[in-house]
Write a protein that binds this ligand. Sequence first.
Ligand code: NAD
Length: 339
Amino acid sequence: MNRREPLRIAVIGTGRMGADHVRRIDRVVSGARVTAVVDIDAERAKAVAAGVDGCTAHTDPAAAMAAADVDAVLIASSGPAHEAALLTAFEHDLPVLCEKPLTPDAASALRVMEAEQALGHRRVQVGFMRRYDTEYARLKALLETGRLGRPLMLHNRHRNVASPPFFTSAMLITDSVAHEVDATRWLLGHEITAVTVLRPTPSAGAPEGLTDPQFVVLETDGGALSDVEIFVNCGFGYQVQAEVVCERGTARIGDGHALVTSTAGRWGGTITQDWTERFAQAYDDEIQTWVDTTRRGGITGPSTWDGYAAAAVCEAGVRALESGVRVEVDLVEKPALYR
Ligand SMILES: NC(=O)c1ccc[n+]([C@@H]2O[C@H](COP(=O)([O-])OP(=O)(O)OC[C@H]3O[C@@H](n4cnc5c(N)ncnc54)[C@H](O)[C@@H]3O)[C@@H](O)[C@H]2O)c1
């Protein structure tokens, strides 16, 4: 594809993330427009389509992808619906941006990876948007200079104000820590080989029965350790912080000190309240990069392999959480398409 005209996108899933991506493509990103939206909830799809000129509403992803005025697909439906949407997009050989997780487990991610290989070319960018966050990108660039020496440890903190009612203890790993799994693999350039999950006594602020917080230790094939404090009912804000400890120094991001005020004998700032605020720039750049690259006929960003590896690590993480013991990650050999 080499499109001079705007890229015509079908957005599948018009919940919180999908509706925000529709707004982004319509109002923020250049070179693209939303021509179709799809949701199994017809009213939700209609309400979102009503706000966009020339956008049609559908309840069947396959019908929307078969339409003549669709060049690319953004999948933002719930995780279990991703596999079917991806396989349909492959039938039409459409470029896809698929929100994380690629799929909820390693076996389904492997099926998607096999189907993409059968196409013979990469078609999927997975929505691990932290790779587009300015602070994460600076940290990655610094590590690549080698000035600090070899990374030894990565300390991550991931805190949310409150978890939604449907959140389970396993989802702290599969929905939340999934981001640190990708960040660890990307920043360090290592694969994760084993996961251990430690469980302090749950916070009184967490819903009854939810194992929150958790402390997750990831081991890598490069000999590094990456730990993640995940605390999804901290009550005070949305914080994502990372510190890399290297042989000759450390580097840290996510302190949120963009504006510090000093007045009346005190100093301070504000804490973001959710990811749409903290990662707004990253989402915008992620989608703009996908649109630009797709219009040039290229592909970039986190691949189906990255989505598969994250799913396999999270699956091991859930087993580690449930068993209380260290669980090794079992990855297939990396296919040539992703090397
Ligand atoms: N990158 C990030 O930081 C980030 C943040 C939040 C959510 N997400 C991901 O985005 C996706 C959506 O999350 P959300 O928070 O918007 O959830 P949501 O529940 O608000 O929205 C999901 C929508 O998908 C629709 N849906 C379900 N099955 C469908 C199907 N088969 N076909 C069409 N529509 C279908 C639902 O009706 C709902 O409207 C998930 O994969 C989630 O993990 C990513």
